[in-house]
Ligand binder design. Structure first.
Ligand SMILES: Nc1ncnc2c1ncn2[C@@H]1O[C@H](COP(=O)(O)OP(=O)(O)OP(=O)(O)O)[C@@H](O)[C@H]1O
Ligand SMILES: O=P(O)(O)OC[C@H]1O[C@](O)(CO)[C@@H](O)[C@@H]1O
Ligand SMILES: [Mg+2]
Length: 480
């Protein structure tokens, strides 16, 4: 069978396209990244003069190279979506920045994530070894470090960062909050930084956009790039964020332990809570990797506890079938079901993120109470495991280390080419430069209509919770 062209063109009477026929694709839009307005005169890339490494003819990215946002196209669609392209990341033959005049600042913001130190190390290594940038500074403790004391600006060199990739966390320290745009930009200008590398999650990217705009408003010839970090994998457009795969791997240990505890009890349930505020990627991938999970609860899927088709009835049935059950719950799942006080409804962290209630102990308690009511006298055990910080406070695994290295180097190549206000990241495996403003607003929820969630459902055989009987409102405690 052939494929139908976008407008039914090129095919036989039935509208199909014979194989090996050229098909007209929709127009292509380049989501370009900005260039520094006052880029320096063109400088040949110093990598060309490297004493040991002689770049091949294809080493440099050509000015016309782009990567496509979507790898799949529906040739049968009558209204095909426009194609979106991004500039390919990588070294350019000619630079718009003179490395001899560059002064770089690197900073980490937001929560921890495996690989932060690897990115920091590779930024220093790439800037100094590949491009010969002498002045590289680590800014301590997140955005507030930019307007902190002299001691918050730490000169970095190859010797200093040598073993950083072996360490979890961030040697530079990180904080939430403290985003004072005027003070940050004034601090950057006062220290005469010419390029700024910001490593952080969605909030950090929104901050970087504000800094980028302020640079423009003040006419400052300083470039900025955001290197996306989030263990939750909740940043859109890019394939995934670094540290995520390490977190999924470490989560296996918690699921294994939960299974052992559940199997070894009479009517045992092993309950594991994993990170994931607004997205359930860690829980989803940990479930698919483990194969031992009977039910995976994520923020994107509403569930209910009691009544027909609910979680508890399902778990009871599963225990009757095989003697035990394992449940993985993402921290953001079921938040609307947990009773909360007015104060709890308003609570925020320093960055303004809503503070979630702890779904794990709540679920364990509700499950225990339900069992006592429904099955009095029957033995029952829930073992609850909360590996929250254990899955992110570790060094990156091999896959993430490689990823962090390529991200850091992509960021440097882009900055040296004169780009600013961009995020480096893989799109369908191709490292690309994406406008910061696009990444700052692009979310990455689990698509419950795509194959991945269907795989979870087929691996766990869990209910879809669509036949919710009586719960229609959030459970809310009376004021006080
Ligand atoms: N809308 C915004 N505008 C400017 N700055 C922001 C904004 N949102 C957050 N920030 C700042 O960005 C920094 C990091 O934000 P946040 O604590 O939300 O972490 P994050 O970058 O989202 O990382 P993660 O949530 O993955 O740990 C903080 O200093 C915060 O003040
Ligand atoms: O306790 P902290 O450091 O504020 O971070 C917790 C949050 O950070 C994240 O790991 C995102 O980085 C979330 O999954 C989690 O809710
Ligand atoms: Mg965030």
């Amino acid at each position: 069978m052939g494929h139908t062209g976008p407008n039914g063109e090129g095919g036989g009477a039935d509208g199909t396209v014979p194989t090996n026929t050229t098909v007209n694709l929709p127009p292509l839009t380049l989501r370009d990244v900005p260039l520094l307005t006052a880029a320096a005169p063109v400088v040949p890339n110093p990598i060309s003069r490297h004493p040991y490494f002689h770049p091949s003819a294809t080493f440099y990215i050509s000015p016309g190279d782009v990567s496509l946002r979507h790898a799949f196209f529906d040739l049968a669609s009558a209204t095909p979506a426009p194609l979106v392209a991004y500039r390919r990341a990588g070294p350019r033959r000619e630079l718009a920045v003179d490395p001899a005049l560059a002064r770089a600042a690197v900073v980490t913001c937001g929560g921890l994530c495996p690989g932060l130190n690897t990115v920091l190390r590779e930024l220093v290594v790439g800037l100094q070894e590949l491009y010969g940038v002498r002045d590289v500074f680590g800014v301590a403790a997140g955005y507030r470090g930019f307007y902190g004391a002299d001691a918050d600006h730490i000169r970095l060199d190859l010797a200093t960062v040598d073993d950083w990739h072996k360490k979890g966390g961030t040697v530079l320290k990180t904080t939430r909050g403290g985003f004072d745009l005027d003070k940050i930009v004034a601090g950057i200008a006062a220290r005469e930084y010419t390029q700024v590398y910001v490593i952080g999650g969605d909030g950090t990217m929104r901050g970087a956009v504000a800094i980028f705009e302020e640079f423009k408003r003040r006419g400052l010839n300083i470039s900025i790039t955001g290197i996306p970090k989030t263990v939750d994998n909740d940043i859109g457009i890019i394939d995934r964020s670094f540290g995520f795969q390490t977190a999924v791997e470490i989560a296996q240990q918690a699921i294994d332990a939960a299974r052992v505890e559940a199997v070894s009890a009479v009517n045992g349930i092993g309950l594991v809570k994993l990170m994931g505020r607004s997205t359930g990627h860690i829980a989803l991938h940990a479930t698919l990797s483990s194969r031992d999970v009977d039910c995976c609860l994520i923020p994107e899927v509403n569930f209910y506890l009691e009544e027909k088709g609910g979680l508890f009835e399902f778990l009871y049935e599963r225990i009757k079938q095989k003697g035990h059950a394992v449940v993985v719950v993402a921290e953001g799942a079921g938040q609307e079901l947990i009773p909360r006080t007015d104060h709890q409804k308003r609570e925020q962290d320093e960055s303004g993120n809503i503070v979630f209630l702890d779904v794990g102990p709540w679920l364990k308690y509700e499950l225990g109470e339900w069992w006592k009511r429904q099955h009095p006298g029957e033995l029952f055990t829930v073992k609850y495991i909360d590996p929250t910080y254990m899955i992110r406070a570790v060094p990156a695994n091999a896959t993430d280390s490689l990823y962090c290295t390529l991200l850091a180097h992509s960021a440097i190549h882009g900055i040296m080419a004169g780009y600013t206000g961009f995020v480096p990241g893989p799109i369908n495996g191709n490292y690309s430069y994406i406008p910061l403003e696009d990444v700052a607003v692009a979310k990455n929820p689990v698509d419950v209509n795509d194959h991945k969630w269907a795989w979870v459902r087929s691996v766990t055989n869990q209910p879809d919770f669509l036949n919710r009987p009586r719960y229609t409102e959030s459970a809310v405690l009376p004021p006080g």
